[in-house]
Design a protein around this ligand. Structure first.
Ligand SMILES: [Zn+2]
Ligand SMILES: [Zn+2]
Length: 258
């Protein structure tokens, strides 16, 4: 059985130091393909470099809403350069985070919108981060209706109502360890609404270690197996089937070699 970690941050300090051992533990659990996600210029650069080095490691490049204050036309041009490399498979993560508001909302909206315009022009898939800003996020995405290749709402923490709106737009939905958390009833309701051909799974590590490993300080790709098991149980299906289907969806979304 094989799983793909469709969204992780292997270039973050918590993971980069012992990365070889971390990837070995991951492979031992059947997780030997990873998409490491860029969040700003330096993280995107490192993600690209890591993908060049490691077999079955892929990268995305983008500016996280937390860092939207750093948005510039130089970064836009740099992102376009990176997308010419073979193992750079999507733009993002990008989007809106009105929970933390680490960057002014107007700048978050501008950075998101201009990254979407680039994705439309380059016909690249888009990894979207949205927190406490679902309607605003969908509003900006609607402006690019029909122009975008594929969209995933990653680490989905919204409601069943919201997931239905996103599915109507043809988006993929990705769940992290949050779906396993004791109080995450509404996230589980949302997961129940996602048809198997739209579902992806991720760790979003180093954050959000899934139950029963929540005490582990640093999440890592090996722990994806817990989220996969949990979702298979929730959807009353075999783990192998969930693994195969989410793997196919992830390969389709990022256009990874099968
Ligand atoms: Zn995110
Ligand atoms: Zn992330």
């Amino acid at each position: 059985m094989e799983l793909i970690d469709s969204h992780c941050h292997l270039t973050f300090d918590e993971l980069r130091e012992n990365l070889d051992e971390t990837l070995e533990r991951s492979r031992a659990q059947g997780i030997s393909t990873w998409v490491t996600i860029g969040t700003d210029e330096s993280q995107s650069r490192e993600a690209v470099a890591l993908a060049q080095k490691v077999d079955r490691m892929y990268a995305t490049v983008g500016l996280h809403p937390h860092e939207a204050k750093d948005w510039s036309s130089d970064l836009l041009a740099q992102m376009e350069q990176w997308t010419r490399l073979e193992k750079v498979v999507a733009l993002g993560e990008m989007g809106l985070d009105f929970y933390y508001d680490f960057s002014p909302r107007a700048q978050q909206e501008q950075a998101f919108s201009e990254q979407l315009a680039l994705a439309a022009r380059l016909n690249m898939p888009v990894v979207v981060h949205t927190r406490d800003a679902f309607d605003e996020t969908m509003g900006i995405l609607k402006a690019y209706d029909g122009q975008l290749n594929q969209v995933v709402l990653h680490c989905f923490t919204g409601t069943a109502e919201q997931v239905k709106v996103a599915l109507e737009c043809g988006f993929y939905i990705s769940f992290s360890g949050v779906v396993t958390f004791k109080n995450a009833h509404s996230v589980r309701e949302a997961a129940m609404c996602v048809p198997m051909d739209r579902l992806m799974i991720e760790t979003d590590c180093p954050y959000l270690a899934p139950a029963p490993m929540r005490k582990q300080r640093v999440n890592e790709p090996a722990l994806l197996i817990h989220t996969a098991r949990f979702l298979a149980h929730l959807k009353q299906m075999d783990l192998e089937d969930l693994a195969r289907q989410t793997r196919e969806n992830t390969c389709m979304f990022y256009q990874l070699p099968a």
